[in-house]
Design a protein around this ligand. Structure first.
Ligand code: GTP
Ligand code: MG
Length: 596
């Protein structure tokens, strides 16, 4: 029993309890006698009553009052087994004989969809003239604007006796019957959270497609599953909600249809917008930044990584704190440190602000510690791998440092697999190796050489003895949340204080030019003035003609495949001289290789 239970008298409570304990037939919609009692209570309380009955005929919940006030009804169901949530029947007694309210209101319809029940029986609280008791059986619609389709309208006694299984049979195409029914719960059988994407299109098809694909990748990398998309062209909802009201209603409905328990927007939301959307959708809402922060939080394995992620997350959350959930006051000041009349929210805010201060201090110390380590490496040549996430930086580090298996850096097809910087020593080969002509077919260097890669002179005695240290670091993404950039400054510095940057792009991803531009942009914003060398990776899987296109855009790009061992010899040769022994941009070898 849930809902408006507060004002119930003991006798009323007892009677409602009895209704809850009555069993319904499993091969018919409901037990008529129970419904008559339900109607009597509805009449008496002057409140709508709703029963949730499971496939075995057991009453799982009695909701007292307007259904739309229930929020996510599925979360009110007792019992942990989500399985029991399937095959539900919803039974609502609401209107009078004159106004039977056989169709649910807009918000009520969405709440009903939460449970994804097989049928919804709605009936009035009194029979009409001549004993006819108005009732309707509705089934959920998997598409279209309407959430519910009225299957039959008729007399309550007749509808009660129908077999729910036979109901949608004549119309095999009925959306309620086709395809697997989504689990009416927050997770699929794989246990992963199901996410609805709410996007705004810019009108530029290519860009929108890339953004959407990236958002899906982010959701997957966070360990969740994108199960639906609702989009709208440009903002029509104005500042408070971004999306229009109709679009949001559609999103609320779609989320129920696909069984999503979280909505992720591709648009940065202000704290107020996020709250408004949550209220309208009746679901938790996260924006892209929060998603990225969440991925970082999941990936952070080292103390340094966790420190920086926590700082970024708290900075993000502080302005979004609304008093619900998140209570950190106990970590903050103790008894007597706070003034009278202070609300929980203010205490939380203060506790978070103090924690942020503390973390900032730790992060500063981390930066100083890393700077000292770098100091110790002075005199050694250092290059850093930077680039869009998933470009293959870690794979390239592994390939160049000859590390494999457990000694290698984790490289996987997930966004932000790497958070902590790792530095490895790289052998650039023995003298003389560089002048050897590439053997056709054997080493992929052909592929690179064939595309006009400069054949560099043999290493001279002085520079080949310089050990090269190569640092792999966290990847970039378009619109990296500013809180993350700020918190990860010391990680970025690790890269930015090298002698040169190897900017890795994944030529197998058609969006590589945009990715490259956003990496270059972020490097500029971080104040990186180091020489940059663009490396086109994954040439083993890029489409024909891509290398020519790449050279047209970046004439000095070097081509490699980290995992298929293509072009690596040539890259090693090149790195013996790059960015020049005197480590200045002007000390370049030949015509190679600095991105502007
Ligand atoms: N086919 C192909 N796949 C590659 C190549 N290089 C890397 N990959 C794959 O691309 C995925 C990402 O590689 P990572 O090395 O983890 O990429 P990263 O740039 O370090 O990514 P983050 O650490 O997440 O920023 C992995 O599944 C690699 O196996 C390549 O040359 N060819
Ligand atoms: Mg990596």
């Amino acid at each position: 029993m849930a809902g408006r239970t507060a004002g119930l008298r003991p006798a009323e409570r007892r009677r409602l309890d009895q209704i809850c304990h009555r069993r319904h037939p499993s091969d018919a919609v409901a037990d008529l006698l129970t419904l008559q009692r339900l109607a009597a209570e509805t009449e008496q309380l002057e409140l709508p009553l709703t029963l949730v009955v499971d496939g075995r005929g057991l009453c799982r919940l009695l909701w007292i009052g307007d259904l739309e006030a229930s929020g996510r009804l599925i979360e009110k169901l007792p019992g942990s087994s989500r399985r029991q949530g399937s095959d539900l029947r919803l039974i609502t007694c609401a209107g009078t004989a004159r106004q039977p309210q056989l169709r649910p209101g807009a918000r009520e319809a969405v709440v009903g969809m939460d449970l994804a029940p097989r049928v919804w029986l709605r009936f009035s609280r009194q029979p009409g003239a001549g004993g006819h008791w108005p009732a309707a059986l509705l089934t959920p619609q998997r598409s279209g604007e309407e959430a519910w389709q009225e299957e039959i309208q008729g007399d309550l006694a007749a509808l009660c006796n129908l077999d729910p299984d036979s109901l949608a049979e004549p119309d095999a195409e009925s959306p309620a019957r086709t395809g697997p029914r989504p689990e009416p719960s927050s997770s699929s059988q794989t246990g992963r959270e199901r996410v609805l994407l709410l996007v705004l299109s810019s009108g530029d098809l290519g860009r929108d497609g890339r953004r959407l694909a990236e958002l899906e990748g982010l959701v997957r990398s966070a360990g969740a599953e994108p199960v639906g998309i609702v989009g709208q062209r440009r903002s029509s909802g104005g500042a408070p909600t971004v999306w229009g009201e109709g679009k949001l209603r559609e999103a609320a409905l779609e989320a129920r249809r696909v069984g999503a328990s979280l909505v992720v927007t591709d648009r940065e939301l202000t704290p107020v917008q996020a709250r408004n959307l949550e209220r309208i959708l009746d679901l938790p809402v996260s924006d892209r930044s929060e998603l990225i922060l969440d991925i970082f939080a999941q990936r952070a394995a080292s103390a340094a990584g966790r420190l920086q992620v926590e700082l970024a997350q708290l900075r993000y959350r502080l302005p979004r704190l609304t008093g619900r959930g998140l209570s950190l006051s106990r970590q903050g000041g103790g008894i007597g440190t706070r003034g009278p009349g202070e609300t929980q929210l203010e205490k939380d805010r203060r506790a978070i602000a103090r924690r942020i201060e503390r973390l900032q201090r730790d992060v500063r110390e981390l930066g100083e510690h890393r700077a000292r380590l770098r100091q110790g490496r002075r005199g050694q040549r250092r290059l850093a791998l930077v680039g869009y996430t998933n470009a293959g930086k870690s794979s390239l580090l592994n390939a160049l440092s000859g590390a494999s298996g457990s000694e290698g850096v984790l490289a996987e097809n997930r966004l932000f697999a790497t958070l902590d910087p790792t530095t490895r020593r790289v052998q650039l080969g023995r003298p003389g190796e560089g002048s050897a002509p590439p053997s056709p077919g054997a080493d992929g260097d052909d592929a690179a050489a064939g595309h006009g890669q400069p054949d560099l002179p043999t290493a001279t005695g002085s520079d080949r003895e310089l050990p090269l240290l190569l640092t792999d670091t966290v990847g970039f993404i378009e619109d990296l949340p500013p809180q993350l950039v700020e918190a990860f400054r010391s990680t970025f510095e690790e890269a930015l204080e090298a002698d040169g940057l190897l900017v890795v792009v994944d030529l197998g991803d058609p969006a590589w030019p945009e990715h490259l531009a956003s990496v270059q942009g972020l490097l500029d914003r971080l104040g990186a003035t180091l020489p940059r060398l663009v490396i086109g990776n994954q040439i083993d899987r890029c489409p024909a003609g891509e290398l020519e296109r790449a050279l047209a855009l970046e004439p000095t790009m070097l081509f490699v495949s980290a995992t298929a061992d293509l072009g690596l010899k040539n890259l090693r040769r090149h790195l013996r001289h790059w960015p020049g022994s005197s480590a200045g941009p002007d000390a370049e070898v030949g015509s190679s290789s600095i991105a502007p």
